[in-house]
Write a protein that binds this ligand. Structure first.
Ligand SMILES: NC(=O)c1ccc[n+]([C@@H]2O[C@H](COP(=O)([O-])OP(=O)(O)OC[C@H]3O[C@@H](n4cnc5c(N)ncnc54)[C@H](OP(=O)(O)O)[C@@H]3O)[C@@H](O)[C@H]2O)c1
Length: 258
């Protein structure tokens, strides 16, 4: 029988636990006996999650990953029962808008860079030394198929996810001999609040990508995240890309004059 790690030995720090993948992962880990530190900006959602999962298994911190100082201070103040973090799920992120680059809102670009790139960097940088000191751990970053494949309007979002992929691979190179695994999870179409955020609350527009098709859901992604982190320690999944069965690759887009 193949021997997986005991999830009860895991303490998982999750960014973006108030919704989507992060919330589903929080539930998945706690259901298997792990402890989690759930973070995000929306305190009332964190409180509801903690009420659901129990304060002995779920510690919550209201946190904006863009705020490096707040992140460091919050990590330093984590109470002892949750302090031995051995999995970091750097998941907080967003897409804003779908305009071509020449029409895109530069504030949207700033927010995506500040969250998907800087916030992820701050999270990983703040938590890595502790994991190394404690003898090992696992960094899971959330990339996207948008980090590999261009599509119209993907702009800075896709580029930010390409950054995340390369940063995860570079981390692997730095962490040789430190017993810290790194996995970049790269999902395709998945129904969460992602689209609602992208279209700034326009529910009609946000629902369109999911009409008359079957997308992946947050539990699918949580399952993949969970699996990579309970594999035996000698085994590192570098990148894991997944799509809904209904999603595949388009033809090259050739512009033709009428
Ligand atoms: N859904 C998809 O199709 C898809 C596909 C590939 C990759 N992804 C990626 O997967 C990750 C999770 O997305 P999701 O689909 O689960 O979307 P979601 O339901 O909108 O969840 C996004 C999470 O990120 C958090 N977040 C956003 N900005 C933050 C900030 N500045 N500080 C802290 N937390 C912040 C949100 O929490 P608060 O608002 O409470 O702060 C929320 O919990 C993202 O990195 C996204 O780019 C999504």
């Amino acid at each position: 029988m193949y021997k997986m790690l005991d999830p009860a030995e895991l303490t998982v720090f999750i960014t973006g636990a108030t919704s989507g993948f992060g919330a589903a992962a929080a539930r998945r880990y706690v259901a298997e006996g792990a402890k989690i530190i759930a973070t995000g900006r929306r305190t009332e959602r964190l409180e509801a999650l903690q009420a659901e999962l129990g304060a002995d298994k779920c510690h919550i911190i209201t946190l904006d990953v863009q705020d490096r100082a707040a992140l460091k201070a919050a990590i330093a103040a984590i109470p002892a029962p949750f302090a031995n973090i051995n999995v970091v799920l750097a998941n907080a992120g967003l897409a804003l808008g779908l305009q071509p680059a020449y029409e895109a809102d530069e504030d949207d670009w700033d927010t995506m860079v500040a969250t998907n790139i800087n916030g992820l960097l701050y999270t990983v940088r703040a938590l890595l030394p502790g994991m190394i000191e404690r003898g090992g751990g696992h960094v899971v970053t959330i990339g996207s198929v948008a980090g590999d494949y261009a599509y119209p309007g993907s702009g800075v979002y896709g580029a930010s996810k390409a950054f995340v992929k390369q940063f995860a691979l570079n981390l692997r190179a730095d962490l040789q001999g430190k017993n810290v695994r790194v996995t970049n999870i790269e999902p395709g179409l998945t129904e969460t609040e992602f689209s609602l955020v992208r279209f700034k609350g326009d529910a009609d527009r946000a629902g369109k990508p999911y009409v008359n098709t079957v997308a992946m859901n947050a539990d699918d992604i949580a399952e993949s995240i969970f699996w990579t982190t309970i594999l035996p320690r000698h085994f590192n999944v570098n990148r894991l890309q997944m799509m809904a069965t209904t999603q595949a690759f388009g033809p090259f887009n050739i512009y033709r004059e009428d």
